[in-house]
Structures are given as structure tokens and as C-alpha cells.
Design a protein around this ligand. Structure first.
Ligand code: NI
Length: 162
């Protein structure tokens, strides 16, 4: 495994729609491993491939000791909304208030190319929606209802970064 550099806001790769993965091979598995290592090193709860400079439809999320890996994710269903404060490893120093689905169900491929479904509520729904947005070239700051600098916060920016 290897750490990869996290691309920051301002780099145009973060504004582009990521491309489908055509073959789930060792290169994709290496990418997943590197993304997990990079996410953990940076104390994130999610990371999408464009954030490490790879314009492919791949993301990872880690919550409550569970890792979710999705390749070519599609949104199957959403229900309700929740308004949350969130951050992003590609947008250091600020958090935003964003409206997300209360429930989301996605399907995609796992690291062996098998079809899987992932569903979640609460923070998992937020993270899945946030990472999916990265694959569409959307950052939370593009849809935030309000954006704050972390130094304005009382909790020293303990918002989860994705
Ligand atoms: Ni992010």
C-alpha cells in the first residue's frame, strides 16, 4: 500500500465527472488499498478516487470499523433529507451545512467485480452521498447552504472529513 497525495479544491479534476471503471483488476484493487491508507492517514471517513487524482468512479468510506468500497456506484433509492455540517479532505479549513438524503441505497461493484448493494442512514448516508458527488465533480461547497471557516467553530473543527 502507498499513501497518495490528496488533491485540493482549485484543481480541475475535482470538477469533472469521473469515468466508469471498465475492468476491476489489480490496478483498481491497488487504488482501493491506497485510498484506504490515505483516508486513514488523514483521519477521513471517506475518499473518492478523483481526490487522489484518478478520474475513475471509485470511492471508499469507513465508519464504525466497517469499510465500504464501491466501484461504478449508482443511486438506487433515496428517502427523506437531513441537514448536516460536513467537511472534505480536499477543502481543508472549512465546513459547510449541506442537505443530504436521510436514507440512501446504492449499487455497484466490489473489489472482485461482484455486484453489491450498500444502504445507510445518518452519517453513512451523508458519506455515501458526499463521495458519490465527488464522482460527479461536485464538492460540498458547491451545494452548501452555509460555509464556515474552521477557526470560527467552537469545536475546533471536529467535523468528519470525507
Ligand atoms: Ni470530500
Amino acid at each position: 500500500m502507498a499513501l497518495r497525495n490528496i488533491v485540493k479544491e482549485g484543481d480541475e479534476i475535482l470538477t469533472k465527472r469521473a469515468k466508469e471503471v471498465t475492468e476491476v483488476n489489480d490496478r483498481i484493487r491497488q487504488l482501493l488499498d491506497d485510498m484506504i491508507e490515505t483516508m486513514r492517514e488523514n483521519d477521513g471517513i471517506g475518499l473518492a478516487a478523483p481526490q487522489v487524482g484518478v478520474l475513475r468512479r471509485v470511492f471508499v468510506v469507513e465508519l464504525e470499523d466497517k469499510i465500504y468500497e464501491l466501484i461504478n456506484p449508482e443511486i438506487v433509492k433515496t428517502e427523506g433529507t437531513q441537514t448536516v455540517e460536513e467537511g472534505c479532505l480536499s477543502v481543508p479549513g472549512c465546513v459547510g451545512t449541506v442537505e443530504r438524503p436521510a436514507y440512501i441505497k446504492m449499487k455497484g461493484l466490489d473489489r472482485n467485480g461482484n455486484e453489491i448493494e450498500v444502504e445507510g442512514t445518518e452519517l453513512l448516508a451523508v458519506a455515501l452521498s458526499h463521495e458519490y458527488d465527488h464522482l460527479e465533480g461536485i464538492l460540498f461547497v458547491d451545494k452548501a447552504l452555509e460555509i464556515k471557516d474552521i477557526d470560527e467553530l467552537e469545536n475546533d473543527g471536529e467535523t468528519d472529513e470525507q
